[in-house]
Design a protein around this ligand. Structure first.
Ligand SMILES: Nc1ncnc2c1ncn2[C@@H]1O[C@H](COP(=O)(O)OP(=O)(O)OP(=O)(O)O)[C@@H](O)[C@H]1O
Ligand SMILES: [Mg+2]
Length: 358
């Protein structure tokens, strides 16, 4: 049988995301380019791969689903070549890789998953646009901390894993997605680990303080080998030193919490970094006016703030609604903004001493 995909077999269990998967399926069916965006480690790649498997199983693409992972590629000039290699298509001597790619895709019906684009966003955008214009049966699902910025692109922000509501009873805490992922991964390193009435509240708080970000939850769960959840929770103010033990074969930027934030921070322009550092003074989120005040002296603080939103470093909360709280935080009369706690801690250390590594 001819292989119709190159999607990697996953080694760890998949947790939750029923609603998100339904939304991504609908999105991909409706648009030729869908881009899953979100903070580092929030689960973009995992969700995209899971959605692709489902779509493939549903028979959506006669010529299959193919993953082009750009994480290991540093040069935009190599993207077309990486795509050819992912598809198992041969380069033709004397012909540009992009032309060969167009020849290969022109008469096919397939889904291309262009994964981890943020460091090559301009090159990706150019390639994806050229392919979509020339190849009518092609659909693209991209993942990136920042959208590609193409006409017709359907952006979709991957949320954190669902957290237990504040003050939830233990029975509800243990059912939440974030807590389930933490417990699943903790059991891998400590088979006796169990969620109990005694530790559920602490685990729930831990997951909340890690913003429900799957990568952070996995790094924290790996520490259960040598620390109790209470000890872990007590050390989360020092999370960048604590959360360093990623899988040996993981991407370098996913081996520590610091590396995953460094990856986003290093891709920012100097003024964007300056505003991010200043925004770390707001522990409970802020309004547009407050951002403009704190950004005084920077050229175009509003534009910079919106860039940070695009790059998934600032979370916008429409109508002032904090998804983690029951009541609107400012009466619902405009966007509020906030930083994930991990980003805030990182930016505040950089704020105190911009040159220090965290
Ligand atoms: N729903 C889930 N169930 C189980 N594990 C998950 C889930 N979502 C993410 N993970 C795990 O969390 C880690 C980070 O996920 P992933 O690589 O998809 O994040 P990402 O948003 O693509 O990160 P990056 O911004 O670095 O590209 C991975 O180890 C992944 O397997
Ligand atoms: Mg990814």
């Amino acid at each position: 049988m001819v292989r119709r995909d190159n999607l990697p077999v996953q080694l760890s269990t998949f947790v939750g995301r029923e609603q998100e998967l339904a939304e991504v399926h609908a999105l991909v069916r409706r648009h030729r380019l869908s881009t899953l965006t979100g903070a580092g480690g929030c689960g973009k790649t995992r969700l995209a791969l899971r959605a692709a498997v489902d779509l493939l199983d549903a028979g959506a693409y006669a010529d299959g689903a193919w993953l082009v992972d750009l994480a290991p590629i540093a040069d935009a000039a190599l993207i077309a070549r990486a795509a050819l290699s992912a598809l198992g298509a041969r380069e033709v001597p004397g012909r540009a890789p992009l032309e060969t790619l167009v020849d290969y895709l022109q008469a096919r019906t397939l889904l291309l998953i262009v994964d981890n684009c943020e460091h090559l966003v301009a090159g990706c955008a150019a390639l994806v646009e050229a392919l979509l214009r020339a190849c009518p049966g092609l659909q693209v699902m991209a993942t990136s901390r920042e959208p590609l910025g193409l006409p017709g692109e359907a952006g979709w922000r991957v949320p954190s894993l669902a957290l237990p509501p504040p003050g939830a009873a233990s029975a509800d805490i243990v059912r939440s997605e974030a807590v389930c992922l933490f417990a699943e991964r903790a059991r891998l390193v400590q088979p006796d680990f169990a969620l109990t009435l005694a530790n559920a509240v602490t685990v729930g708080q831990l997951c909340r303080r890690l913003d429900g970000i799957p990568l952070a939850l996995e790094l924290a769960a790996a520490r259960v080998r040598g620390l109790t959840v209470e000890q872990l929770a007590a050390r989360l103010d020092d999370r960048f030193r604590l959360l360093t033990g990623g899988a040996r074969t993981a991407l370098r930027r996913q081996q520590t919490l610091r590396a995953t934030v460094d990856w986003s921070y290093d891709l920012l322009a100097a003024d964007e970094r300056a505003l991010l550092r200043r925004l770390s003074v707001f522990a409970g989120g802020w309004t547009l006016d407050a951002a403009e005040a704190v950004g005084a002296g920077l050229p175009d603080a509003l534009g910079l703030l919106l860039q940070l939103v695009d790059k998934s470093l600032v979370v916008p909360e429409p109508n002032g609604e904090d998804p983690a709280s029951i009541a609107p935080v400012n009466g619902g009369d405009g966007f509020r903004y906030r930083l994930l706690e991990t980003i805030r801690q990182y930016a505040s250390i950089r704020h105190i001493c911009p040159k220090t590594s965290v």
